[in-house]
Ligand binder design. Structure first.
Ligand SMILES: [Zn+2]
Length: 218
């Protein structure tokens, strides 16, 4: 059975409020989803502020995107979320966001290398950048799935980022860690030469990632 999240709708809403509080989102940008035990997906709606969002605003969809519950329209990036669930049985949640520093790297088409110790434990290694694909297209989903192989996050060229993992709170942690790393790398680059973590350290941490974050079965 694919990984799923207990009380998925509540977990999505809690992460949405937390994402706003952490300054990882402005207005209605970005979206969060979680897979249920029955294989359906709860996702944030389009054009509703995270500040006022309530459980009734969330939308439940089937794996093909058909609306099962909720009166609002699902996020315009729903196809990106569903492509991730279809490709990876071991994830229970997806978060798409546009935090400033990560998006700077996405615009520069620069991957984010592991630069602080905990990075590879939670993300698996360097955060890759997709090729360019327009928002809301199936091409974007395919590009993201490929960049997410053995990783907890990927940068979406000229757009933002996508993160995956077992539960919305853990995926929000990954999102914040990628943004923090992008901020640190950008600042450290102003100070001079960047020193990557030793390869053997990254290899060890990546093993923890694949054995811990991506083996979750609900
Ligand atoms: Zn977006």
């Amino acid at each position: 059975m694919p990984a799923f999240v207990e009380h998925a709708a509540e977990a999505v809403l809690a992460a949405a409020k937390d994402m706003l509080e952490r300054g990882l989102v402005e207005g209605t940008a970005g979206n969060i989803s979680a897979r249920t035990e029955e294989g359906t997906v709860w996702i944030t709606p389009s054009s509703v502020s995270y500040a006022t969002m309530e459980l009734e605003d969330l939308v439940k969809v089937d794996p093909e995107g058909g609306v099962l519950e909720g009166s609002r329209s699902p996020s315009s990036e729903m196809a990106l979320h569903l492509a991730c669930y279809a490709a990876y049985d071991d994830i229970g949640s997806v978060i798409h966001s546009h935090p400033v520093h990560a998006t700077m790297f996405a615009v520069a088409h620069r991957s984010i290398p592991p630069c602080i110790d905990e990075f590879s434990i939670y993300i698996g290694g360097e955060v890759r950048v997709t090729g360019y694909a327009a928002s809301g297209t199936s091409d974007l989903g395919e590009q993201a799935v490929s960049a997410l192989k053995d990783r907890g996050a990927a940068l979406i060229a000229n757009h933002g980022m996508v993160a995956v993992g077992p539960t919305p709170d853990k995926v929000l942690h990954i999102t914040a860690l990628v943004e923090r790393s992008a901020h640190i790398l950008w600042g450290a680059g102003q100070l001079g030469e960047l020193h990557p973590l030793p390869d053997e350290v990254n290899a060890g941490f990546a093993g923890i990632y694949t054995g811990f974050m991506r083996s979750y079965k609900g």
